[in-house]
Design a protein around this ligand. Sequence first.
Ligand code: FES
Length: 100
Amino acid sequence: MAIPERMILVCQSFRANGDPKGLCHKQTNGFLQYIEEEILDRGLDCQIAATGCLKQCESGPVMVVQPDNWWFKGVDSEEAIDAILDGLEEGEPCADYLIS
Ligand code: FES
């Protein structure tokens, strides 16, 4: 299989043993499944991955698109995901959620 054009990283708050988990995972239940389905529906050449804490907890839930290096904040709804994926299809980061 070919290597995907992009990776969508979804913070799931993992941290080293002993450190309390961050908050992103508490507000993103079911999002990985939703994004995966949207990627397929939209025909995007993307792979989704869950990550450890991305050290942007104050902006969470956090999602990142690589290799564009677009970091998004407040991704706490399917509407937010849709807006970000719309931007991805158009080749521009969705300004409403962009961490700048
Ligand atoms: S828990 Fe998501 S950035 Fe820290």
